[in-house]
Write a protein that binds this ligand. Structure first.
Ligand SMILES: [Fe+2]
Length: 280
């Protein structure tokens, strides 16, 4: 009798998963097993390292609750969320980027132009633009679900001093596809480092700052929705965003208002969104 080799074991496991009846599940599982096994064999993973990995994933799960998604944060800092975005991007549409762990469904519908935050949340900004299809036609009844942090770098869900749904809102376009809302100029903020993902970043020697941004999910009837950001062009973290979310096309200047703009804001940003047709 000779001892089992890693390759023999891998083949044995792959043969089991190759019997999964669903073809896509079979493809995913056999690729996952193959890559996991190859990773472990290549790095000569030790028993202790395997135990540490299990403990890390267990702690990641324990850190999750209704408003904190440590697994999404883990996916984000590993660049996996951005990779899935890039793989699935729709040609001609606004580039997508990470959802992030702070999206909360059910934000209030607001009137066009309405302020989504409070005066004390930061420097007043006007965000506006158009939602169109890939040929430039304005999209009626397009929905923008937007959210961001206050000037203290915290989302409402992280900050007991902010009212629920502060700096969040849903806007619906008319036939001209135009939207606008008042908010505050976004700031860089640290991603949460009080959980296992924070330990990972520290051990990897990476910083934990996100380039300043406003989140948006833009959708319209018969079109593919886009989950994206508007990034502030004047931000030091655009080239080292902790979650690899920055794309050049999403970087916009927050410019000073001109005499044609409202006088009660300190910056104006123009951002158009383009949606591709829904899959048949
Ligand atoms: Fe964010």
């Amino acid at each position: 009798m000779t001892a089992m080799t890693p390759a023999q074991l891998t083949d044995e496991v792959l043969a089991e998963y190759a019997r999964a009846p669903d073809p896509r599940l079979r493809e995913l599982l056999t690729a996952l097993v193959g890559h996991l096994h190859a990773f472990s064999a290549e790095t000569r993973l030790t028993q202790r390292e395997w135990e540490a990995a299990i403990a890390f994933l267990t702690a990641t799960g324990h850190k999750c609750d209704a408003e904190r998604q440590e697994f999404i944060l883990l996916s984000d800092v590993l660049g996996l969320s951005s990779l899935v975005d890039v793989i699935n991007s729709a040609p001609g549409a606004t580039e997508s980027t990470v959802l992030g762990p702070f999206y909360v469904p059910g934000a209030p519908r607001r009137a066009m132009g309405e302020q989504i935050g409070r005066p004390q949340d930061g420097s007043p900004a006007l965000v506006r633009g158009r939602v169109t299809d890939v040929s430039g036609r304005p999209l009626d009844a397009a929905t923008l679900d937007v959210w961001q942090t206050a000037g203290n770098g915290l989302y409402d869900t992280q900050d007991p001093d902010q009212p629920r749904f502060n700096l969040r809102g849903v806007f619906v376009t008319g036939p001209d596809g135009r939207y606008e809302f008042r908010t505050v100029r976004p700031v860089s903020y640290p991603i949460p480092t009080d959980g296992p993902v924070g330990d990972l970043l520290r051990n990897a020697g990476r910083h934990h700052w996100r380039a300043a941004h406003i989140h948006a999910i833009v959708s319209a009837p018969a079109h593919r929705s886009v989950t994206t950001h508007i990034f502030d062009a004047d931000n030091p973290y655009l080239t080292s965003d902790a979650v690899f979310g920055v794309k050049d096309s999403l970087i916009k200047p927050f410019r000073p208002p001109t005499p044609a703009d409202p006088s009660d804001v300190t910056s104006v940003v123009d951002m158009d969104f383009t949606l591709s047709p829904a899959d048949p």
